[in-house]
Design a protein around this ligand. Structure first.
Ligand code: SF4
Ligand code: SF4
Length: 296
């Protein structure tokens, strides 16, 4: 007697998790970071169903979504409503970039009279319906993970998406740019040349790019976890930066982050100078930086 194997029954393909990418008040730079992952995009497209991503396609697939990436801050009443709809349609929601995690450079309006800005920029301000503040997404809805940077780092973004697919927490270091800088064996521009650098208080992720080119860190990635901002401010003052200069270098891409915004920038305490600071000549990069422009 012969037996025959039964024909295998067709196996239904496993549905891929659905990804949506959303834009709020932003420059699109963080969305472009995803498109810039050229080599990895094909593998990503195999593993995930890109349902909605207007930077890539005009097609919009209705939710629900397994993962939403949100770029941009909330700066209009319509956006304050729309983010609630996005949250309701998303199993996981990750904010990407300084705009979404801290309010972006547009949060400068939070420290001024937004109506003054409107009057200065628009011929008919009455046509513009915007909020008086620019706020991070987490001020409006629960957020599962915040990825900092302006723009975000592509490797960190891929790690976040991979972690989502694997059902684990993203492995993103919360230490400072200094950590990456020292791991890369770079000469410290602040110690060696007296160039002001925000690396000691700034979240790692860029690979210490600016120090690699002998420039101080600008703080694009926002505050690291538990930054000692007061100590760095003291050092910036020692290097010759005045109070206005310190305020300006901290209030840029991440002006809405409390660790950069809510800090006293009082006078330097000469008694806290280190031996190295006392030994350094009074001329050089620090003098060039005393006007308080962004670190260079
Ligand atoms: S964080 Fe920076 S790069 Fe990203 S959208 Fe905002 S301004 Fe653009
Ligand atoms: S150059 Fe800046 S980031 Fe690098 S170690 Fe010095 S202070 Fe830190």
């Amino acid at each position: 007697m012969t037996t025959t194997n039964p024909s295998p029954s067709p196996v239904a393909p496993t549905p891929r998790p659905r990804l949506a990418v959303w834009k709020f008040a932003s420059c699109d730079g963080c969305q472009l970071t995803l498109l810039d992952c050229e080599d990895q995009l094909l593998a990503l497209a195999d593993a995930i169903d890109v349902a909605t991503f207007r930077e890539m396609s005009s097609a919009v697939v209705a939710g629900p979504y397994d993962l939403s990436l949100v770029e941009g801050s909330i700066s209009t009443p319509q956006d304050a409503e729309r983010i609630r709809e996005v949250r309701a349609a998303s199993r996981r929601l990750v904010t990407i970039g300084a705009c979404a995690t801290a309010g972006g450079v547009q949060a400068l309006r939070n420290l001024a009279d937004a109506d003054d800005y409107l009057a200065a920029v628009y011929a008919t301000p009455a046509y513009v319906a915007s909020l008086s503040t620019s706020t991070p997404i987490s001020r409006h809805v629960p957020v599962d993970f915040e990825l900092q940077g302006c723009p975000i780092d592509p490797h960190q973004l891929l790690e976040v998406i991979s972690a989502f697919l694997a059902g684990r927490r993203p492995s993103i270091s919360s230490s400072s740019v200094c950590t990456d800088c020292k791991r890369a064996g770079r000469v410290c521009v602040m110690v060696a040349h007296g160039t002001p650098c925000l690396g000691p208080i700034t979240h790692a992720g860029c690979g210490a790019l600016c120090p690699a080119f002998h420039r101080g860190c600008y703080g694009c990635f926002g505050p690291m976890e538990s930054p000692n901002t007061a100590a760095l401010i003291h050092q910036l003052r020692v290097l010759g930066m005045d109070a206005g200069g310190v305020t300006r270098v901290l209030r840029t891409f991440n002006v809405g982050a409390p660790a950069f915004r809510d800090v006293p920038v009082g006078p330097a305490d000469p008694n806290r100078h280190s031996q190295q600071e006392r030994d350094r000549p009074a001329t050089g990069a620090a003098d060039q930086r005393a006007d308080g422009d962004a670190p260079d």
